[in-house]
Design a protein around this ligand. Sequence first.
Ligand SMILES: Cc1ncc(COP(=O)(O)O)c(C=O)c1O
Length: 474
Amino acid sequence: MSSTLYSRLFLDLAREIESGRRPVGSRLPSIRQLSRERGISKSTVLAAYDRLEAEGLIAARPRSGYYVIDTTTRDAAAPRLPQTSQPECTPLPVTSGQILLDIMQRGTAFDLLKDTHHEQGNTALRRCLSRAQRRQTLSAQQNYDEPQGSERLRLLLSQRLMQGGSRIGRDELVITGGCQHALMLALMATTRPGDIVAVESPGYYGVLQLIEALNLKALELPSSASHGLSPDALELALQHWPVKVLVVSPSYGTPTGACMPESNKQRILELMTRKGVPVIEDDIYGELSFSGLRPPTLHSYDKSGSVLLCSSVSKSLSRDLRVGWIAPGRYLDQVRHLKLVTTLASCQAQQEGLAFYLEAGNFDRYLRLRRERLRIQYRELRELLHQHLPMLESCSQPRGGLSLWLELPASIDTIQLYHRAQTEGLVLTPGRLFTAQSRYGNALRLSFAFPWTEQRQKSVTKLGMLIREQLSQP
Ligand SMILES: Cc1ncc(COP(=O)(O)O)c(C=O)c1O
């Protein structure tokens, strides 16, 4: 994809929108149509649309296309976006105290309230899993699976990964026990104790925990709540520190839900490739865009095998399946060996069941519904925040994923709030969890992964009351 073509298209369209030639409410040509008309690739058009969306000029409507939106009234009542973070850009060891570990254990299990409604799980998935169990042979029970994982599942996954622009052969994939395991293998393959790992800040606490367990150092980098990791900050960090690997989550990463523009992905990859430093890409939320348009992976731009792509079905299908994967690029041999060392093998019946599910074409249908639900639940959460947390200083505006990031007035301490909320039966996820530094003390991550039942709505009302209670204390 040419960056000049992409920026020319972006500028042309932005001008047409701003001059009124493309009025508010009008629909932009489809990606395929514009790609044909201009003789450019679909990814170039997608990148330009992505940028227009990030600039707040257009919005995607599910299964309908992109529309020009009114920038003067757009989310006028919404709290502003959080500022780009400013962590201390020095490599530091991670030492999480007991409080953070306790919070993590609770927060990993659920968000706000323990799920009390007993809706049945995905029936088609359950059927495929039991079919796999029923068919299990004696030989499968008495032998470990091959270390790389089921060949059939790897083939199906490699076909699926093409949707994100990643061309990965089945022999280049390794099945893991979830994405956390994939991230661990990726870090073990690319680092030695004492090495520096560059990460987004705020960023996924599971990566910080791995950095701590593997005796590495975290170099936290400024990141924006809408565009993710700052390429400028990365460039500066690479000049100052011998970074061994970067861990990044370009699509709707937790906690902010930011989505990295295509031009930033390309620049980040260029910077890393020039230095010969690998990138671990966590793509676990890649399939959860509200619009249904799957962002290309950073991996899709990689030509040198420097990106280790990690993901799983935990966020898109089932957390309980414990099936993930890694495409380790030039680290394939090390990762294959490390998988053997860390778990010997994956469960054959689970992999088989997932393979049945994918083969039956159930996943895309399920994902369409799930994305639509997530979009509605996100909007409902925004409305609840508007009603019950008017004191918000800022709030991220994700276009996919499962969570948003909000900042409360500076006097609020969300760890204290966490303890107070616990006495009311609520579990919060304080901002401190997403850094190894003493930061984000007034921030919270809120998830919109679950429907806003009456009880969950009440929990947001209660949260508002608890915040007001803390604000009124001297
Ligand atoms: C960004 C990110 N990566 C990885 C994981 C771990 O995923 P899995 O359940 O597949 O191990 C999570 C889970 O919360 C996550 O948020």
